[in-house]
Each structure stands twice: as C-alpha cells, then as structure tokens.
Design a protein around this ligand. Structure first.
Ligand SMILES: [Cu+2]
Length: 118
C-alpha cells in the first residue's frame, strides 16, 4: 500500500514536471518560487480592454468595472461567471488550463472578449 502511494506521488511529480518543461525552459527555471502573475482587464465604455488577452497558464486575471453602469463577465463555455459588477467592483479567475476562453457581458451580450491561456 505504502509502495503504491509513493509510486502515485512519483508519477504525479513526473507528470507535473513534464508539463512544466513543456511550457518552456525559462518557466521551468523560474518555476517554483514564481508567484502567479496577475493581469487586469478593464471594463469601460461598454467594452473589455484588452478585448483579447494572452496569458501564461496559471495567471489570475482580474476584471475591473471602470464603467458607471453594471456589467458581468461570463464565460461562453461556462468556465467562469461573475456576479453583477457595479462601478469599481472586481472579478478574478485563474486560468489553470490552457485554452481559449471567450466571454461576454450577460447584460450587454454584444460586449465580448477573449482570454487565451497558453
Ligand atoms: Cu455590460
């Protein structure tokens, strides 16, 4: 039992290690002590800025409503969903899996944006 547990731990460590190497040698070296990066998207004048944001996997993105009317941040495929954000309210989501995440404002569906995690 103990043996199979340590094999599982070893396998997990190996898989995590491989994943890190795949991300890139630089990230691998910076690796362990690196704090999750935080990136901000501003909501202003009925738009998300930047509308398309590319981040590294593991990055926390914070949306801040700088508009004087309420907005939401809702992932098209259900990955995340904010409450209604009043002026200066924030919503954060950490992109722990690579992918493209289109999103919109459920109050004003013509407001769209996209986060690409890679
Ligand atoms: Cu809106």
């Amino acid at each position: 039992m103990v043996k199979s547990v340590s094999i599982a731990v070893l396998t997990t460590a190996l898989v995590l290690g491989m994943g890190t190497i795949a991300v890139g040698q630089r990230n691998f070296l910076a690796g362990a002590q690196q704090k999750p990066e935080t990136t901000e998207v501003k909501i202003d004048n009925f738009s998300f800025g930047p509308a398309t944001l590319t981040v590294a996997v593991g990055t926390s993105v914070t949306w801040t409503n700088r508009d004087d009317i309420p907005h939401t941040v809702v992932s098209t495929d259900g990955a995340f969903k904010s409450k209604v954000l009043d002026t200066d309210e924030k919503f954060s989501f950490t992109f722990s899996k690579a992918g493209t995440y289109p999103y919109f404002c459920s109050i004003h569906p013509k407001m769209t944006g996209k986060v690409i995690a890679q």
